[in-house]
Design a protein around this ligand. Structure first.
Ligand code: ADP
Ligand code: MG
Length: 376
C-alpha cells in the first residue's frame, strides 16, 4: 500500500502544486489520480519515487517511510511509464525493454529472454524487437513503455497519462489490454490521467484532484458517479453520469420475451404475415446473427440480408448494456444472451427502465475521503 500523509509540495518559485494531500493507494489495485491540467497529478506521482521531494508530509510504502529508504532500493521496486513512452531513440525496442534488468546486472541471456517475453505480454509482435522507437506507431511505443516498466517485475507501477497521446480507438485497446494484464499481475498501480472516462474505466479507486493539489474526493468509480461530493466533482464527472453509473449496476432478473427465430437458409413463404415485422436470425448454436424483415424476403434468409446494428447484452452483465441493446435494436427488442453467447430472450427499453427503478440500490461503501469536504 502507498499512503500519502499530509503531503505538500511547494516549488522554489512559491507555487503550491500539492497541498496537504492524504490518501491511500491499496496494494494490488489501480488507484487513479484524475483532475484538470495543473492540479498536481504529475508532482504527486513523482514524489512517490522521489524524483521530486515533498516539502512536508510523508509517503509510506508498505508502512515504510520512503524518505528513509535508499533511492536505488525504492526505485527498483517501482516501474514508471510516461506519456510518449520516453523511449531511448537510439536503442532498439529490445534494448529499451531491457534497460532496468541491465542496470540491475542481469546477464545478457536472461535480460533478452525476459524482454522478449514482455513484448509478447503487452501484445507486440516479436518482430518489432530489432526496430527503433521511431519505426513504431504511438500505440506500439506505449506498449514498449509498459513492457520496459514491467521488466524487473516491480510490485509498484506509476503511470503518468500513458495513453493520452494516442487516438481514441488505440487508447481503448491499450486500456482493455492494460486491464487484462493487471488482472494477471496484480500490481499496486497509481495511474494519472486528466480524462474522467479513463479514470472511471480503469480505477478501482479514483481520487479527484482540484487545482492546488487538493483532494476533492476519493471513492470507487460507482460511488463517485452516484455521489459526487460537491459541484466541482459533479461537473468533472460529467452530465451523463447517471447513465454511465448503470455500467456498474448488475442487471436484475428482466422479464425476457421468447423470440420466434429463423435460421439462415430458411424460407418464410406464405408465413410472413403471421410473423413480427422484425425476426431474429440465429445460427445452429442459437447464437444471434441479426434481424430480418420477413415481408421483404423473396427467398431463403441469407446473411447479407441481416441487420446487425444492434448490440447484444449479457444476461448477467450491467444494466447499461441491456438498455443499450434495446435502444440499438431495429425491432426495439434488445437481444440478451448467456455466457456462451446463446440467445435467452429479448427485452424492451421500458422494461429495462422499470428494472432500473426497482433495482435495489447497491450497498454503497463509505467514500472515506480524508481531508475532503463531506456531503451536505
Ligand atoms: P498536472 O500533472 O496535474 O498537470 P503538475 O504536477 O505538473 O500538474 O503541476 C502542478 C502545478 O505545479 C502547476 O501549477 C505547475 O505549473 C506547477 N509546477 C510543476 N512543476 C514545476 C516546477 N518545476 N517549478 C514550478 N512550478 C511547477
Ligand atoms: Mg502532468
Amino acid at each position: 500500500m502507498i499512503a500519502f500523509d499530509g503531503v505538500t509540495k511547494r516549488y522554489p518559485d512559491g507555487t503550491v502544486a500539492v497541498d496537504n494531500l492524504s490518501f491511500e493507494a491499496p496494494s494490488g489495485k489501480i488507484t487513479v489520480l484524475v483532475g484538470p491540467s495543473g492540479c498536481g497529478k504529475t508532482t504527486s506521482l513523482r514524489m512517490i519515487n522521489r524524483m521530486i521531494k515533498p516539502t512536508s508530509g510523508a509517503i509510506m510504502l508498505d508502512g515504510r517511510d520512503t524518505a528513509r529508504m535508499k533511492e536505488t532500493e525504492l526505485r527498483r521496486g517501482i516501474g514508471y511509464v510516461i506519456q510518449h513512452a520516453g523511449l531511448f531513440p537510439h536503442r532498439t525496442v529490445l534494448d529499451n525493454v531491457g534497460t532496468v534488468p541491465r542496470l540491475l546486472g542481469w546477464d545478457k541471456q536472461k535480460t533478452q529472454s525476459r524482454s522478449m517475453e514482455l513484448l509478447e505480454r503487452v501484445g507486440l509482435n516479436p518482430a518489432f524487437a530489432k526496430r527503433y522507437p521511431a519505426q513504431l506507431s504511438g500505440g506500439q511505443q506505449q506498449r514498449v513503455g509498459v513492457a520496459r516498466a514491467l521488466a524487473a517485475d516491480p510490485p509498484v507501477m506509476l503511470m503518468d497519462e500513458p495513453f493520452s497521446a494516442v487516438d481514441p480507438v488505440v487508447r481503448e485497446q491499450l486500456q482493455d489490454e492494460f486491464l487484462r494484464l493487471q488482472e494477471d499481475l496484480g500490481k499496486t498501480i497509481v495511474f494519472v490521467t486528466h480524462d474522467i472516462d479513463e479514470a472511471i474505466k480503469l480505477g478501482d479507486k479514483v481520487a479527484v484532484l482540484r487545482v492546488g493539489g487538493h483532494l476533492a474526493q476519493l471513492a470507487d468509480p460507482a460511488y463517485l458517479l452516484a455521489h459526487p461530493v460537491d459541484d466541482f466533482v459533479a461537473d468533472f464527472v460529467g452530465r451523463d453520469r447517471g447513465y454511465r453509473a448503470l455500467s456498474f449496476q448488475p442487471t436484475p432478473r428482466l422479464p425476457l420475451a421468447s423470440e420466434r427465430t429463423l435460421s439462415l437458409g430458411e424460407s418464410v413463404d406464405g408465413r410472413a404475415g403471421a410473423l413480427d415485422p422484425w425476426v431474429l436470425v440465429v445460427d445452429g448454436d442459437n447464437h444471434p446473427l441479426g434481424w430480418v424483415e420477413p415481408h421483404r424476403l423473396s427467398g431463403p434468409v441469407a446473411s447479407e440480408m441481416l441487420h446487425r446494428g444492434g448490440t447484444v447484452a449479457l444476461a448477467n452483465g450491467p444494466l447499461r448494456s441491456a438498455l443499450d441493446a434495446a435502444l440499438s435494436s431495429p425491432s426495439r427488442r434488445g437481444v440478451i444472451v448467456d455466457d456462451s453467447g446463446a440467445l435467452v430472450g429479448t427485452v424492451r427499453a421500458h422494461e429495462v427502465l422499470t428494472a432500473i427503478e426497482q433495482a435495489q440500490r447497491p450497498e454503497l461503501e463509505d467514500p472515506a475521503t480524508p481531508g475532503a469536504a463531506s456531503a451536505p
